[in-house]
Design a protein. Sequence first.
Length: 362
Amino acid sequence: MSAAVAPDDIVATHAEAADNARPPLLVIEPLERFLDEHSIGEGEIEAQPIGEGHSNVTYLIERSGAEVVLRRPPRPPLPPSAHDVLREARLLSALAPTPARVPGVLAVCDDSGVIGCPFYIMERIAGEVIVSSVPPALDAPAERRRIGEQLIEALAEIHTVDWRAAGLEGFGKPTGYLERQVRRFGGLWEINRTREIPAVERVGAWLSENMPASGPATIVHGDYRLGNTIFAATPPAHLQAVLDWEMATIGDPLADLGYLCMMWTEGGDPTGGMREYLGGVTRGEGFPTRRELIDMYERRTGRSMADLRWYTTLALWKSVVFMEGNYKRAIAGATDDPYLKQFGDGVLELARQAEGVALGGD
């Protein structure tokens, strides 16, 4: 799945974009010079957007001798502290020698003068991103179950990384993670909201009043779901790499598991909404249920699952806040993503779902 392409997204030079209403996403000539300086291919660039396009912007960059991926923030306006690609690149570089499955970082640019913002270049991982369908070679019950098992195995690997030894001291605060999450997203709601949604305030209050005690801090991905991974195209199903680390920090690992469960559909779930859009494929025969995913993780890590409903509620609530911000950018004309433009009603449904889970639903 690729993001939409607008005429003002890619320009040859900064001068070419001077009269455009919006800044470009790529400026080809200075980008070519940057790649030359880092010995990443040679000659003219071909660029095309890849990924879902709802957050940081990702391009496949092809030139003679190189196929790489560029990550940059979306167009402004951006929420405070969001879309920090330099921070994301730091994390990926730190994780490279660990068991965590991540693409390698090839070059980092902190000079906004090159394409108009910071960006980084990473290796292209061959494989399949599973969003709305399973690749034919993996589309069998046994392989679907293995896909679920691989997701939990890779998540457990992330959560066992010694983040201090990896050089990530200061990347996040190891204590008070849950309190900061509730406080930060409560404040972000005040920035992102386009209308009054009382359920958002009610769920935020419930989260504050029922907050569990966290165990030892680990790296937290922050957006861990099937669509943010790449699988090998041939069986047996193998997760090649975990993508989209812009929300990562140091904190409570159960936040990742709660989010994975929030995005995971199974038979009997209501249709529609963000869960269906980003995770409807897992209704298929053979995929583990949410309960099975939780049990797999518990066996691998030994962590207690007693408070997982709280973490799933947190994931839903954060998604409401985050997606309202993207919806706000869409109606302001800062993105051409049709999914975000249609998400006004979806945010309301997600808020109702968060309140239902908080009160004892699934």
